[in-house]
Design a protein around this ligand. Sequence first.
Ligand SMILES: [Zn+2]
Ligand SMILES: [Zn+2]
Length: 122
Amino acid sequence: MSDQGGCLCGAVRYEVDGAPLRTAHCHCESCRRAVGAVVATFACFSASSFRYIKGVPAVYQSSPGVRRTFCSRCGTSLTYQGEKWANEIHVLTATFDHPENFPTTHQAFAAERIPWFHIGMD
Ligand SMILES: [Zn+2]
Ligand SMILES: [Zn+2]
């Protein structure tokens, strides 16, 4: 089974095989600013199961060893890769064509959550 996703304008498209290793809402300030939202929600895969099928995203190193990709045309944040999770790629769940396939089960940096922002997790 594979899932596809991409950016708002369609210039960058990707495909990933199989089920995610895990899923998480990240509340850290770096992710919030990178995606321009009060939380960043990821589905994490082994890097070898992910590939771009259209276009090439721009890369921003938000911290040493961290690579965040985004569409250089429309600005959509697409992925996160960090040395702490070598051999993984964390895909912004909202960019999948069917994000409902990846229910989010974990929270990261919960202490940095914006106090008025509450997540209901089924
Ligand atoms: Zn785009
Ligand atoms: Zn984060």
